[in-house]
Design a protein around this ligand. Sequence first.
Ligand code: PCA
Length: 224
Amino acid sequence: MLNDASRFSPAAKRVILLTGFDPFGGDMQNPSWLIAQALHGQRIAGHVVIAAQLPTVFDEALQHLQALVAAHQPALTLCLGQAGGRAALSLERIGININDARIADNRGHQPIDTPVVPGGPAAYFSTLPIKAMLRATLCAGVPCEVSQTAGTFVCNHVLYGLMHMLARGTGQAGARGGFVHVPWLPAQGTPHLPLRDMVRGIHTALWTAMLVQSDIALGAGATY
Ligand code: PCA
């Protein structure tokens, strides 16, 4: 399913954009950014990983992401975020067109029931092969699951906004994108995962996403 002609163009950029967030809600660190930093510069399937930090701020995070996608023209963008209380890497299936913040973001904004994109579609699916990524990550021995909700805070905002910009043609033709929530680090609370395991899991998931174009290639209804 290598249907993306730009892959073979000499002008095509060979970048994987990997983002993480700054700490929020009183936390001192955010594992999503530590994971992204750990993978910065890695070569995966002929592409180089570029790590970038997004602010945990509504709208500003999307402005940053839009500029990054426009500048780097990534073949694949994976955004990472922290989800305290989850015990496994959570491969998000869907972003929805709603901001409904339980707490204030890092600039004190707390939007309630506003759209991410006024007039935009209700939701976007991730275009990453989440079932293939799930299998490979579990095979690597890292706890992993498919998640049916990225919440309604800045992470969902970024997933929805990323898929909207890709659908509207920002960046490389055929570029894919998605989102993974990660658990706390041991120092932040329970449940948690060690940083090295999360880095290995995201590395495996990225390789799989680059090698498998779509879950449809696995056959409809690929099981857990
Ligand atoms: N997690 C938050 C926003 C930033 C982050 O790392 C979320 O789940 O929305």
